[in-house]
Design a binder for this molecule. Sequence first.
Ligand code: TMP
Length: 209
Amino acid sequence: MKRGLFITIEGGEGVGKSTNIEFIKTTLEAQGIQCIVTREPGGTPLAEEIREVLIKNREERVVSETELLLMFAARAQHLHQKILPALEAGTWVISDRFTDATYAYQSGGRGVAAEKVALLENFVQGDVRPNLTLLLDAPIEVGMARAKNRGALDRFEEEESAFFNNVRNNYLERAKADAGRFKIIDATQTLELVQTDIKDVLQKNIHPQ
Ligand code: TMP
């Protein structure tokens, strides 16, 4: 049994991750690849409960370390209960966010040292890393306008624009430093052009067995 590939989709708020994840799934399935779509924080019933705790607006200040640990608590559950069993069964996993989001939001956005994220990454994941990561990139104004159209803002979406600029810059810096795994997609283009780029990236970077 050939192990499945692990693909992640990253980006700021409102860059079109959901629409394009479905496109990736359809594209892979058309090549006869069995795959599942999942998301973080979340992906299993317990991890989805942790997600609710994380995104809920609340009076109490959420300490950055608490937020970081909850992200990794949800991730440990998701990884061991869903992602790894699927990969081992030969199913490909497409996840709407993974640990790159923790570097971008908790380190880039909140200012937690990247070394602390790396420590937890190694502790929770061992050597498991995505095989391919698509970063949907757009200036924050574009994404925030789309996010606001979706309705009430959650605890993250309520942040100031400086926070989202830091998130975006962190994603871009890390993507440039690891260009083998990360592919940056310009999400300001029309949906048709975004999907042409995605298809191109998939063709060049994945090799169905
Ligand atoms: P979503 O909007 O992609 O569903 O994700 C919910 C929020 O969680 C989003 O604002 C980004 C944030 N997040 C982090 O801050 N760190 C993480 O590690 C992940 C996976 C998400």
